[in-house]
Design a protein around this ligand. Structure first.
Ligand code: RIB
Ligand code: CA
Length: 323
């Protein structure tokens, strides 16, 4: 099983990332970051989710309250005041560890080979770990993130929420030398679940499936009313599913950098894959690039296509396999 650290800000879709990760991957620890909601609430939510899943052996470490430079921006309109509105979950009996998330990330990556990092919230904890111990970027295998976009944003026309909240942290991670596998909003918008999916979850009958249905019921409601979407995008489940089954997502190598200064574009992931478009309009985007990159050498894999049907097969199987 692949060894991972999951840094997240639960958050309804982060909860699905946790459900997939703890069943299919060797989760060495869950670290939390202020984002969808306050650090206190996202940490409590992570503990609640692990209790429902009977996975209380997985340690949780709280990280930073907010971004490196900018003030914290939260998303109560999507996730509610608690960050996990909808399901009626009891106060957690388990507690987060005393150690800071950044210390856990550094110590684990420095002492364990082949750790893959996963980040489904703002990149503040990851960035500080790399700044304090640059060898983290050499020793970690790679990082999979939900964040950014190869096309348009969701929080602003140019920027996706996780990157927008802490662009300085994202800049640090994308320029660290660590390969970034990016599931941007262009990809995660393809992972749109409706009330039909929610009903199917309810028919499964496991505690995890019931949690999934309750989460979806709230998240569909907020996504439809706020963003006029046709359902709820399970953004954060995508990078985890990608690690579990690499065939679920098609991606291309590209150079990605983070806009920090633009009046209208701060937090934008500027993706350069001109070397793939070239002059042949019919070029198969997924063919190994034969042309030299016209910009800087690729530092990332930009996800472009999700096999949604096979993603849903994985999610159903996962929810059924919880007791
Ligand atoms: O833009 C979507 C991202 O912002 C997801 O990670 C969601 O949980 C929110 O944090
Ligand atoms: Ca998130």
């Amino acid at each position: 099983m692949k060894k991972v650290i999951l840094d997240c800000d639960p958050g309804h879709d982060d909860a699905f990332a946790i459900m997939l990760a703890v069943q299919h991957l060797d989760v060495l620890g869950i670290t939390t970051i202020g984002g969808n909601c306050t650090l206190e609430n996202v940490t409590k939510n992570a503990l609640k989710i692990l209790e429902v899943l009977d996975k209380t052996d997985i340690p949780v470490y709280a990280g930073h309250e907010g971004p490196m430079v900018a003030p914290l921006v939260t998303a109560p309109q999507f996730h509610g005041e608690t960050g996990l509105d909808g399901p009626d979950l009891p106060e957690p009996k388990i507690k987060a560890k005393k150690k800071h998330a950044v210390d856990f990330i550094i110590e684990t990556v420095m002492n364990t080979d082949d750790v893959t990092l996963i980040a489904t919230g703002p990149l503040t904890n990851i960035a500080e770990a790399i700044s304090r111990e640059p060898r983290v970027a050499e020793r970690a295998k790679e990082i999979y993130i939900m964040g950014g976009s190869v096309t348009f944003g969701n929080w602003t026309p140019a920027a996706e929420f996780n990157i927008f909240v802490d662009p300085e942290a994202a800049y640090r991670v994308f320029n660290s030398g660590l390969l970034v596998n990016m599931c941007g909003i262009n990809l995660t918008r393809q992972c749109c679940l409706t009330f039909e999916h929610m009903q199917k979850f309810r028919e499964i009958g496991t505690k995890a499936a019931n949690l999934a249905a309750d989460l979806l019921e709230f998240f569909i409601g907020s996504s439809v009313s706020v963003s006029k979407l046709t359902g709820a995008n399970l953004h954060d489940a995508c990078p985890v599913a990608w690690i579990i089954n690499p065939k679920l997502i098609k991606a291309v190598p590209m150079h990605i950098d983070i806009e920090l200064k633009g009046e209208y574009t701060r937090g934008m992931t500027v993706c350069d894959y001109r070397h793939l478009r070239g002059t042949e309009p019919h070029i198969d985007l997924y063919r190994t690039p034969t042309m030299e990159p016209r910009g800087e050498a690729p530092n990332a894999q930009g996800a472009l296509e999700l096999d949604f049907e096979r993603f849903m097969d994985l999610l159903y199987e996962t929810l059924k396999n919880y007791n």
